[in-house]
Design a binder for this molecule. Structure first.
Ligand code: FAD
Length: 390
């Protein structure tokens, strides 16, 4: 029987993963295995998951799991989001961008939206009618977000938005985009504001290329252009202009933690697949697992994965209780994504030449893992943030 990624580490489940979170994990795993995995090659070829799959995920209750029920969500916590992202990682459909939609885009509306905005947008994000993206990065501003140039100028009861963004996850499919803009370029970070654009309601919005990446092929990472895009002033997030930078800083810990979720899930899947492979494959008259090097390597990886999982579980416990500080979230993002890169690389090595063949899942994992050290703030920026706390 194949090793189960959810059980590859000999660890008890944390309290937050019990009961209905466990049931959600099982349901999400079934959904990803039955609805997404069989079509994943097609999605990779098309360089996006189709809209129908988003709607199905919405019907299955996999969108906005942590949003309150009164706004169409399932009333859960980050534990529920973790269960869904873990299911995605364990099944190996990492390019399906619902993690970003659920635990990055929707929370901005919940935390900073007016009652009217929440009622208007969250229920449609929960069904998949609206697909979310967050557009921070620009061709000239990635790590240094203060360098954002996209301008939102007030004009009567509208904002006029001009600028361009790049590397935006869900960029081809998204019809609901939170855009980081400057409402007052003179004021630096204090002149930053978040604007919501419902792309179907505006003129002047253009999608650029669906970018050709080395991994995460099923995600439509794209360029976006805004040419005199007009939105009502009521699309500003927050009660006044200039709150954007603070809002971003407050939400980044969850964004960073969920990158850790993807990392630990892929680590567990890589281990499970590799343990199965080395038991089957033979060389010199014995199974690869019978070589001491294989056992030592896998012993090291399982140990490090266990340390990673314990740390991750603790971060989630703290986050649910409102106590995950930005420094620890940065540690989780940097350390777990670094470990992911290492584990996947070592696991690929134990597959020999087959590990380099795309028909083996470890090959795709190798390509998909690489970006985890780059997006959500590079791991160098994470170390900078941790360093500042010393
Ligand atoms: C697949 C993918 C999906 C993405 N999705 C999104 C998205 O949905 N929304 C979005 O807004 N962005 C997204 N991004 C963008 C991503 O967040 C940025 O690429 C990332 O923050 C790095 O910015 P940059 O590419 O401009 O690199 P740069 O900032 O140019 O960095 C280049 C190198 O310099 C290093 N560096 C920079 N500053 C420092 C410093 N002070 N000290 C030490 N080293 C430093 C970096 O660590 C890096 O190694 C995505 C990127 C990718 C590849």
């Amino acid at each position: 029987m194949a090793t189960n990624p959810a059980e590859v580490l000999s660890l008890p489940k944390p309290a937050w993963a019990a009961d209905e979170v466990g049931m959600l994990y099982d349901m999400a795993t079934r959904f990803m295995s039955e609805e997404i995995a069989p079509r994943y090659d097609e999605f990779e070829k098309n360089e996006m998951v189709d809209r129908e799959s988003w709607l199905k995920a919405g019907s299955a209750g996999l969108l906005c799991a942590s949003m309150p029920e009164e706004y169409g969500g399932s009333g859960g916590t980050f534990a529920h989001e973790s269960a869904i992202i873990e299911a995605i990682g364990h099944v190996g459909v990492d390019g399906f961008g619902i993690g970003l939609h659920n635990s990055i885009v929707a929370p901005y509306i919940l935390h900073y939206g007016s009652e009217e905005q929440k009622k208007k947008w969250l229920p449609r994000l929960a069904t998949g009618e609206l697909i979310g993206a967050i557009a921070m990065t620009e061709p000239g501003a990635g790590s240094d977000l203060q360098g954002v140039k996209t301008r939102a100028e007030k004009d009567g009861n509208q904002y006029k938005i001009n600028g361009s963004k790049t590397f935006i996850t869900n960029g081809q499919l998204a019809n609901f985009i939170i855009v980081v803009t400057k409402t007052d370029p003179e004021k630096g970070a204090k002149g930053t504001s978040l604007m919501v654009i419902e792309t179907e309601e505006v003129e002047g919005f253009e999608r650029g290329r669906n970018l050709d990446k080395i991994g995460l092929k099923a995600n439509d990472t794209s360029e976006l252009f805004f040419n005199d895009v007009r939105v009502p002033t009521s699309n500003l997030l927050g009660h006044e202009e200039g709150q954007g930078f603070v809002q971003l800083m407050q939400q980044l810990p969850q964004e960073r933690l969920q990158i850790g979720t993807g990392a630990i899930a892929m680590i567990e899947r890589a281990l499970a697949l590799t343990i199965d492979y080395v038991k089957e494959r033979k060389a010199f008259g014995k199974a690869i697992i019978d070589f001491q090097n294989t056992q030592f390597k896998l012993a090291e990886l399982k140990t490090e994965a266990t340390i990673g999982r314990v740390f991750y579980n603790d971060c989630v416990t703290r986050h649910i209780n409102g106590g995950l500080d930005p420094v620890t979230a940065s540690m989780a993002k940097y350390w777990l994504s670094d470990l992911q890169g290492k584990v996947v690389d070592e696991c690929l090595q134990l597959h020999g030449g087959y590990g380099y063949m795309n028909e083996y899942p470890i090959a795709r994992m190798f390509r998909d893992a690489r970006v985890q050290r780059i997006y959500g703030g590079t791991n160098e920026i994470m170390k900078l943030l941790i360093g500042r706390s010393l």
